[in-house]
Design a protein around this ligand. Structure first.
Ligand SMILES: NC(=O)c1ccc[n+]([C@@H]2O[C@H](COP(=O)([O-])OP(=O)(O)OC[C@H]3O[C@@H](n4cnc5c(N)ncnc54)[C@H](OP(=O)(O)O)[C@@H]3O)[C@@H](O)[C@H]2O)c1
Length: 373
């Protein structure tokens, strides 16, 4: 443990599923082989966390549990088998935990126990707790060292001058990056992102632009679409971002998409509530021959697909849950090289004690919310 580390910490704990969490004083975990203890600097709050932790979304996870997913922190203690990480390193904490003896056993730290017996075993056991705490025990392979000289250094010193809390946006951006890489989005191609006005939807717009694509951002709320394009304006993507309202009528959406042909790809990041939205069918019908579809939306029920178009136009449908470890390494490089910029990322900070206000803010604002424990 780093010198001067206390023995106890504050953590937000949910004792009973769907019941309000409380801030408690608990022991700081011990680093065991294969793990690191990370002092959390900032932990991102997902827009729909309120609905997850109050039971509305019915995400399966065990309690008691410390909620919280991806975060930025510093290594405070390390298992004896660490080879490259060092105490004090600035790291991105990746919330996608995989079984070491079965990489298909995946769960999301502090959020969702996954879909296999193995993933449930991991989350109910060794990796029970997330990052809404001063310290968190994390699998060592989920700690990605960040080049702090580059990321936090001043412009005068050749750095990017980011604040650590701005780096929590990595967690948002990784999700669409995983899906967009899976459909092999290339510079110069055109991709529809829909809906583009949510937390992960907005991140998808920024990531696709940084990958060199032209983006058609679709959403049902014109004022929120305007906010998306205002947010991208400082990054000067010179005419590569178009916005288009979701009309609610498939034929109208298809007609409106005509002027952007040829369209190479469609990235769907709908919540379950958008199951009847016109954009889904319209976007697939608007794809060119051999177009690709990334299915990252959270539909709970089955959704109809335009089968004839998919078959006759050789359309590829690709599902993706979260992202791979290689995606993380690549995305961090894009940020460290200044290709994917975070200088348009404001954040709103909250203490653990103000969790209720924080979850409410995240649900209604397009400014990313973070806990600073
Ligand atoms: N595959 C994965 O790995 C993965 C990872 C993260 C999230 N997800 C899924 O992605 C979903 C979206 O994430 P997010 O962060 O963008 O969510 P969010 O911040 O809650 O935003 C929801 C988005 O959906 C739009 N929307 C809501 N109801 C709609 C409707 N009836 N018709 C059309 N659009 C509608 C909203 O538009 P308005 O602005 O008009 O309200 C907004 O753009 C999540 O619910 C989750 O299930 C998947």
């Amino acid at each position: 443990m780093a010198t001067g580390t206390p023995k106890t910490q504050r953590a937000l704990i949910q004792e009973v599923y769907a019941q309000p969490p409380v801030v408690k004083k608990i022991d700081i975990p011990t680093a065991t082989p294969g793990s690191a203890v990370v002092r959390i600097i900032a932990s991102g709050i997902i827009s729909y966390m309120k609905d997850v932790y109050d039971g509305t979304r019915q995400y399966p996870y065990p309690t008691p549990m410390i909620p919280g997913t991806s975060a930025i922190g510093r290594i405070a203690a390390l298992g004896a088998d660490a080879t490259t990480l060092n105490i004090g390193d600035l790291v991105f904490v990746d919330c996608v935990i995989r079984g070491r003896d079965d990489p298909g056993s995946i769960f999301i730290l502090g959020l969702h126990e996954g879909h296999t017996d193995g993933s449930r075993r991991l989350m109910h056991g060794e990796w029970r707790h997330g990052t809404f705490a001063e310290y968190a025990k994390i699998p060592i392979e989920n700690c990605d060292r960040l080049d702090e000289k580059v990321l936090l250094g001043s412009i005068a010193d050749g750095g990017l001058n980011y604040l650590p809390r701005q780096l929590t946006e990595i967690g948002h951006m990784l999700v669409p990056y995983g899906g967009l890489r899976d459909i092999n989005l290339q510079p110069g191609q055109t991709v529809i992102v829909a809906p583009a006005t949510g937390g992960f939807g907005g991140a998808a717009v920024q990531v696709a632009l940084a990958m060199g694509a032209r983006v058609i951002a679709m959403g049902r709320d014109a004022s929120k679409l305007k906010e998306v394009s205002n947010k991208m304006a400082p990054l000067s993507h010179r005419g590569m971002l178009e916005t288009l309202p979701i009309s609610g009528i498939v034929e109208s959406d298809v007609k409106a998409l005509q002027k952007f042909q040829p369209i190479d790809a469609f990235f769907d990041i709908s919540p379950g509530a958008a199951i009847n939205s016109s954009h889904f069918k319209a976007a697939i019908l608007s794809l060119r021959h051999e177009g690709r579809v990334s299915l990252m939306g959270g539909y709970k029920d089955d959704i109809p697909i335009p089968h004839s178009k998919i078959m006759h136009a050789n359309i590829r449908l690709q599902g993706t849950w979260m992202c791979t470890r290689d995606d993380i390494k690549q995305l961090i490089k894009l940020i460290e090289r200044g290709v994917l910029r975070l200088d348009n990322s404001q954040t709103k900070e909250f203490t653990l004690e103000s969790w209720e206000e924080a979850f409410a803010f995240a649900k209604t604002s397009n400014i990313p919310a973070v806990f600073i424990p």
